[in-house]
Design a protein around this ligand. Structure first.
Ligand code: NAP
Ligand code: MG
Length: 509
């Protein structure tokens, strides 16, 4: 059910040929004027539109409604009606049956999901072709927790004389707000536990990636989920704010940047509305002196620069022992320089473009700041167009900086692009102090030939998740950030609990 394979398989689900010409791509959705409310695709009420841009070419290839407050009202009302209906009253096993059917329907749409996702955000198809299988794995994992919800939880009063029945009720209408970097996974990781719990939802995807998620909604509809349980509105961040503050929303689940997360937390605090926030990161890979650098090279991109550096948990600060600093810099440089960058529709591509023009500019600004503050680029370091070959689109060369000091911006701030920093440490205590000296606390890796030594270091890292000699998240284990990386967790029973509210019914005995 849940396995590393689910999370890591990036090639299994796709039937994509080696390279696909854009002209012959026929994707199910490009220019659309509808949103999903009350179980049907219906024209949006608002008449404004947002473009959908291919970051590999800069070309606008689609458009969607930039919904209005009236669209949010309609979607929340639809979710509210569904919450008053049969959905929360089904047994968890019955709802799990729907999750399993959705998983099958998602897998049938794997190729369309992959290609739409890649055209929206430039994730290489080698990455996006795993999106449907990953989503199906999440749905099947949460379906497996039906028994946990059904189990009657009876707790005696410690002093005797009575007992309490602990009910786990769905929290209600949930707003699910996602970023653009993994537009399928970061919705389904919320949708699956919400549906199993008996909640109803309104989804607001990120502006750059409004189309691929429609295929998940189609899968929900094909699985026969009752009308109104799942609603989708597209639109800008302004619309996200309307949804977060809507009087009839009971819970907000958000993945995105720390600044937007703070705003949502403030609004939710005022409203006393439960909120889950999965935010930014600046994680470290600690290379212990006995690390096998060949083995590290084979997982480096996955752990430290996945999805062209646009992954929240990746370890973009590599902490190397002074005794092997040059060796580590050479290995990291050679590994990153060897990853082919190019058309994300090409199966062989490892690094695509950054997802948006604004992200492209942000990443180049960080590269400039690294140089200005005295760090030394060992590969990359400019817009790929300057190297020739990738004249269009938002490509930044995958970049490695050596001689990075902890005070530099590239060492402290989340870049969210293909830029790695290699720092030097004197001893293990200093490595751990460097890793923990950050406002974030999301991921991390320890590389070592001695698993128990690595485990001891992992234990001392102030972070929500850490891997030993690799990184992958596990649908069955909590995933969440400490400090500025967020509030609460997704995945695991802990992730399901975020969609529940408890009621204790006391009785004498
Ligand atoms: P973002 O700018 O924070 O946007 C995330 C979502 O929130 C988008 O749908 C956005 O809509 C919406 N939004 C913007 N302003 C809002 C507001 N005031 N109220 C409610 N919603 C609002 O993040 P992003 O640029 O899409 O994604 C990159 C960030 O996501 C990075 O910081 C990354 O670390 C983080 N991330 C975290 C995790 C994790 O699990 N911890 C995973 C992946 C990514 P628009 O797109 O229309 O602006
Ligand atoms: Mg943004």
């Amino acid at each position: 059910m849940t396995s590393l394979h689910d999370q890591n398989s990036v090639t299994s689900a796709s039937a994509s040929p080696a390279s696909i010409a854009r002209g012959v791509l026929s994707l199910p959705y490009s220019n659309v004027d509808d949103v999903f409310v009350d179980g049907a695709w219906t024209p949006a009420i608002g008449t404004d539109r947002n473009p959908v841009t291919d970051p590999a070419t800069g070309e606008v290839w689609g458009s969607v409604p930039d919904g209005s407050a009236e669209d949010i009202d309609a979607a929340v009302a639809s979710a509210r009606r569904a919450f008053a209906g049969e959905w929360p009253r089904l047994t968890p096993t019955e709802r799990a049956g729907y999750l399993l059917r959705i998983a099958d329907e998602v897998e049938k749409r794997a190729t369309e999901i992959s290609l739409t996702n890649t055209r929206e955000n430039g994730s290489p198809v080698a990455e996006s072709s795993g999106a449907a299988a990953n989503a199906a794995g999440i749905l099947r994992y949460f379906a497996s927790l039906a028994g946990y919800l059904e189990h009657e939880d009876v707790r005696a009063f410690p002093r005797g004389g009575g007992e309490s029945i602990v009910r786990r009720d769905p929290v209600g209408v949930c707003a699910l707000i996602a970023p653009w970097n993994f537009p399928i996974n970061l919705v389904v990781s919320k949708l699956a536990p919400a549906l199993l719990a008996g909640c109803t939802v309104v989804i607001k995807p990120a502006s750059p990636t409004p189309l691929s998620i429609r295929l998940i909604v189609d899968a929900v509809a094909a699985a026969g989920v009752p009308a109104g349980v799942v609603n989708l509105i597209t639109g800008s961040g302004r619309l996200g704010d309307v949804l977060v503050r809507h009087p009839d929303v009971d819970k907000v689940a958000f993945t995105g940047s720390t600044p937007v997360g703070r705003r949502i937390a403030a609004a939710s605090g005022e409203l006393l509305r439960p909120v889950t926030l999965e935010l930014g990161g600046k994680s470290s890979a600690i290379v212990l002196p006995d690390a096998d650098l060949d083995a590290m090279s084979s997982v480096l991109i996955r752990s430290c620069m996945r999805n062209t550096g646009q992954t929240c948990y990746i370890s973009t600060r590599i902490l190397a022992p002074a005794s092997r600093y040059d060796e580590v810099v050479d290995m990291v440089t050679a590994t990153i320089a060897a990853g082919p960058q190019g058309d994300p529709l090409d199966q062989a591509t490892v690094f695509g473009p950054t997802a948006t023009e604004s992200q492209f500019r942000t990443v180049l600004d960080y590269v400039e700041s690294g140089r200005a503050e005295g760090a030394r680029p060992t590969t990359g370091g400019r817009a790929a167009s300057l190297a020739g070959g990738l004249e269009r689109g938002f490509f930044v060369e995958p970049t490695v900086f050596a001689d990075v000091e902890p005070w530099m911006r590239i060492s402290r701030e989340e870049i969210f692009g293909p830029v790695l920093s290699v720092l030097k440490y004197a001893d293990v205590d200093e490595a751990i102090a460097l890793a923990n000296n950050t406002e974030f606390g999301l991921g991390g890796v320890v590389f070592s030939g001695d698993e128990s030594a690595a485990f001891a270091v992992a234990d001392r890292m102030d972070t929500g998740s850490v891997g030993i000699n690799f990184f992958a998240s596990n649908h069955a284990a909590p995933f969440g950030g400490r400090h500025d990386s967020g509030l609460g967790t997704e995945y695991g029973i802990e992730g399901l609990n975020a969609y529940l509210t408890y009621k204790s019914i006391h009785r004498r005995k």
